[in-house]
Design a protein around this ligand. Sequence first.
Ligand code: 8YV
Length: 320
Amino acid sequence: MSRPDVLAVAKLHPFYRQALDSLYTVHDRTHETDPQAFAALAPRILGVAGTGEALVPGSLLKQLPQARVVSVFGVGYDGVDVATAIEQGIPVTHTPGVLTDDVADLAMGLVLAVGRQIALADQFVRAGRWPEGPLPLGRKVSGARMGIVGMGRIGQAIAQRAQAFGMSIAYTSRSPKSDLPHPYFPDAASLASQSDFLVVITPGGAGTRHLINAQVLKALGPQGFLINVARGSVVDEQALIEALAQGTIAGAGLDVFADEPRVPSALWTMPQVVLTPHMASATAQTRQAMADLAFANMRAALEGQPLLTPVPEWTAARAR
Ligand code: 8YV
């Protein structure tokens, strides 16, 4: 019996790819590299495998009459046209929960790195500049005010960690969460005006595009730091570069960018900025757990079993 055909729409992490290879024939981005071969292949594709950043437009889904799932290796799925997937009856799954700790850990790491200038200090020592004199003073993190934009699972995990540092927490999200003790702000600008560290951890996509704009950065102010572990699209990158260049804000810790893996060169030379390559979930333990869950979703769908972690939109559409 021939093995089911699966389309990988992005470069997959080896843990996920190897699991898929054990049961399926994986076609790696054939829709991009060989459209002619893809036209013949598309009617046979049973599963689509992607990453958090992968693009799965409606036009692609409409070419896959037999597809039974889009299984995303990541919690974010803003590149997937979920409305069309639902219309076509194709479930979308993701990997919530298993990466919460890692993303929250990296958010705190960036808070500490920008506040305490850890990356800059490391460069200073390596460059043999210690004998020349001290670094400028950093910004105390313990006891500072953290504002969290997006108070879902990961936002709450960041809040827990920040509380252990004696930080005060406030947040903005689509609606206030009655089970949380922290002050709620109706919008990012009013939250920013009361924050020393503004941490962005909201889903990407059209609804949050450029939520962090020039006005929010102005409200954050010359003593304020921006941390982004969400999606590059949430921040107006040009406005951020200007705000950093002009001292409108104090600094930034960025794990995500508008056009990854390209990072604007203006940011490379800014000492008040810490840059990481979209690595918030990149530990061996978590990537294994993500691969296990993404693979389990793929397998469940292809074997007609209940999905482990469908996206909320799919579950809501099914309930109607
Ligand atoms: C990526 C992510 O999926 O979970 C998300 O939403 O952005 C990441 O975990 C990961 O980098 C693989 O591409």
